[in-house]
Design a protein around this ligand. Structure first.
Ligand SMILES: Cc1cc2nc3c(=O)[nH]c(=O)nc-3n(C[C@H](O)[C@H](O)[C@H](O)COP(=O)(O)OP(=O)(O)OC[C@H]3O[C@@H](n4cnc5c(N)ncnc54)[C@H](O)[C@@H]3O)c2cc1C
Length: 301
């Protein structure tokens, strides 16, 4: 009862979601909450289930394209669930879902613990990185994740890495039926602090040089059709700089789409479809979006 009362105090209606995504687009959440504890998440989840509302989880919104029409039901933003505890004896780190990944990577580097040097330029949360199997520069979450605590319809559960069925930018968590609340990562302590810090800084600088951080975007829009690179195929089609509305294929890295000011989610999706169609016609390759589309769109292919 106490939980339900405090939920009603923090629950908001008709909240604009654009400011919670790195693309800076998206309509209103019908209901919105930022639970700061596992109990608060469980209470909000239960409330939505009883009301028969869909529930959408949000981390830093750095891999999302949310419809201009917004999202029905309850949006739970996990960003207030922060913190990381380093176990000096074992090299294990217990991390809360809303912990920013770059902050975690720098904290590990400062301890001289190896394993997160690749993660420093990924502007997401731990929860989003676990769900997406985020990765860069040769590393990914699947390499270091030991287990994860999730809330499901059955309550709080611990899942092993094997249960997540990790693959390239894939996990079973992408079905949206479980909320990640924390995870245990196994890092490697005992390195020279300066060595881990140097690798981390080098990775960060390299990303800043090769990827556009100056305008809103979602990172790589398409999964790489291994062994090929989506960016190279898009560039070879002459699409760098191609624009629909205020959505533009980046001149710096063709697998990035930029919001140059007032792009709508629909403009970005139209550009995604245009790129897919053009690359398909030129190379016979189907590009699959890595970015998650949430909500209703008027599709264009
Ligand atoms: C400039 C830039 C660079 C990027 N570079 C990379 C890169 O190098 N490598 C890479 O892999 N990605 C990259 N990304 C994409 C993005 O940062 C990652 O996918 C990141 O892991 C997403 O985390 P998030 O917290 O923002 O998740 P969100 O975008 O908020 O959500 C992503 C998915 O996870 C779900 N989700 C989020 N939190 C939870 C939770 N606690 N429980 C259950 N479900 C949840 C959401 O519902 C959604 O389906 C980049 C993005 C940007 C903007």
């Amino acid at each position: 009862m106490t939980g339900a009362v405090s939920l009603l105090e923090t629950l908001q209606q008709a909240v604009p979601l654009a400011g919670f995504t790195s693309f800076r687009v998206g309509g209103l959440a019908q209901f919105y909450d930022e639970p700061a504890s596992v109990e608060a998440i469980a209470t909000a989840w239960q409330w939505a289930r009883l009301a028969d509302f869909p529930v959408t989880f949000l981390g830093a919104g750095s891999n999302l394209l949310i419809s201009d029409r917004g999202l029905p039901g309850l949006v739970l933003n996990l960003r207030r669930l922060q913190g990381a505890t380093f176990d000096l004896a074992t090299g294990c780190v217990e991390v809360a879902a809303g912990e920013p990944i770059p902050r975690l990577a720098w904290a590990a580097a400062r301890q001289g613990w190896s394993g997160l040097e690749w993660a420093v330029g990924i502007p997401g949360t731990l929860g989003g990185a676990v769900v997406m199997n985020a990765g860069a520069q040769g590393g990914c979450m699947a390499d270091i994740l030991q287990s994860v605590q999730v809330i499901t319809d059955q309550g709080l559960e611990t899942w092993s890495r094997e249960q997540l069925q990790y693959d390239y930018r894939h996990s079973v968590l992408q079905t949206g039926h479980a909320c990640v609340v924390s995870a245990q990562l196994q890092l490697q302590p005992g390195f020279e602090r300066s060595q881990v810090l140097t690798t981390t800084s080098t990775n960060f600088r390299q990303r800043k040089r090769t990827q556009p951080y100056h305008l809103p975007n979602c990172g790589s829009v398409f999964r790489n059709p291994e062994p090929q690179k989506a960016g190279r195929l898009i560039e070879a089609c002459g699409l760098k700089g191609y624009q629909i509305g205020d959505a533009q294929v980046s001149e710096l890295h063709a697998n990035f789409i930029l919001n140059c000011g007032a792009a709508r989610a629909q403009d970005i999706l139209s550009l995604i479809r245009h790129v897919q169609g053009t690359v398909g016609d030129h190379f016979g390759v189907n590009l699959h979006p890595e970015v998650k589309l949430l909500g209703e769109f008027q599709d264009v292919i």
